[in-house]
Design a protein around this ligand. Structure first.
Ligand SMILES: Nc1ncnc2c1ncn2[C@@H]1O[C@H](COP(=O)(O)OP(=O)(O)O)[C@@H](O)[C@H]1O
Ligand SMILES: O=C(O)C1=C[C@@H](OP(=O)(O)O)[C@@H](O)[C@H](O)C1
Length: 295
């Protein structure tokens, strides 16, 4: 089914504001309205429960399809065009092959606010670059005999956690061929930058409301700095993130490159940062790293 749809969506039309693809076995209609360059996507429910999103791959002019089907006829809750996945994966692979030799084994440090996707994207990057992946929080937990970050904060305080974070980053900075997901607050201590500047640092910039949505959905138990405040879970998380952002936004500008989800969404023409998937972010990170290496 997906192949049929992908094929039928050549990009001469992907920016048109209303799409109906009536050829899906006559059992499904595709109905996504795009307003180019507007952060507004309206999914109109017509006469069935299917919802589809059409989007171009970064740097490609071929439309892909991502469909979420709630009908009994479609077992998967999220279907994605095989063509589209293959194109994204190919692009990711191609970009990684291009920049591998230029990296000369330099480590990649991912920085960004809590929940920005450092771990998710870091794992993808490490795989395609044939690098090892480390999450600095996990290393701190290991060094503390398996004590969880939230408990380290509770038992010893944030200062102790930060000292351990610095120690971990120091050790990692002596190594090569690593992708490292750092904790959201690692950017605050200048000494950490001394270590991270041994490699290439990538700031994953995600709007706070999208972060608050993600973190509210997965819960904040493992992220102690989000535990204060009043109001509903989303508001509490959003307020805490806003406060931290005020304190840290400048520190993130120390990163070698910035990967903005808003910019990616713009390039894709989707408007909504929640539609940008980790592979697309990883591709953009590689593009930005490539540009940085050329400077
Ligand atoms: N591009 C994305 N779109 C939607 N959810 C994402 C995306 N990237 C990561 N996530 C989800 O957000 C949550 C936090 O991601 P994670 O990689 O752990 O962030 P971090 O390491 O920066 O704290 C996870 O549940 C993850 O699945
Ligand atoms: O922003 C922060 O100060 C923190 C972020 C967390 O990591 P993630 O960014 O991986 O959630 C973790 O290091 C700790 O809870 C403190």
């Amino acid at each position: 089914m997906e192949a049929t749809v992908s094929k039928s969506l050549q990009l001469t039309t992907w920016n048109s504001s209303d799409y109906t693809v009536p050829t899906l076995n006559n059992s499904m209609r595709l109905y996504t309205r795009y307003e180019k360059n507007k952060s507004k996507r309206v999914n109109n429910m017509l006469n069935c429960n299917h919802l589809a999103t059409i989007k171009p791959a970064i740097g490609h002019r071929t439309a892909g399809l991502k469909a979420s089907c709630t009908s009994q006829n479609f077992p998967a809750s999220l279907l994605k065009s095989e063509t589209f996945i293959a194109e994204e994966d190919l692009l990711l692979k191609k970009k990684s092959e291009e920049i591998k030799p230029c990296l000369s084994g330099r480590c990649i440090y991912l920085v960004g606010m809590m929940g920005s996707g450092k771990t998710t994207i870091g794992q993808i990057l490490s795989e395609v670059l044939d690098y090892s992946f480390f999450d600095s929080d996990k290393l701190i937990e290991q060094a503390a005999g398996g004590t969880a970050v939230a408990d380290i904060f509770k038992l010893h305080g944030e200062g102790y956690f930060r000292d351990n974070e610095t120690e971990v980053l120091h050790k990692l900075s002596l190594m090569h061929r690593l992708v490292i997901s750092t904790g959201g607050g690692a950017v605050v201590r200048p000494i950490n930058w001394k270590y991270m500047h041994k490699g290439i640092s990538v700031f994953i910039d995600v709007p706070l409301d999208a972060l608050a949505q993600r973190l509210t959905a997965i819960g904040t138990a493992s992220r102690p700095l989000l535990h204060h405040g009043s109001g509903d879970a989303y508001t509490q998380t959003f307020m805490r993130l806003s406060k931290l952002w005020e304190e840290r936004s400048e520190a993130y500008t120390n990163a070698s490159v910035r990967v903005s989800l808003e910019c990616i969404a713009d390039k894709l023409g989707v408007g909504d940062v929640c539609s940008v998937n980790p592979t697309q972010i990883a591709i953009e990170a590689l593009v930005k790293i490539e540009d940085y290496l050329k400077e």
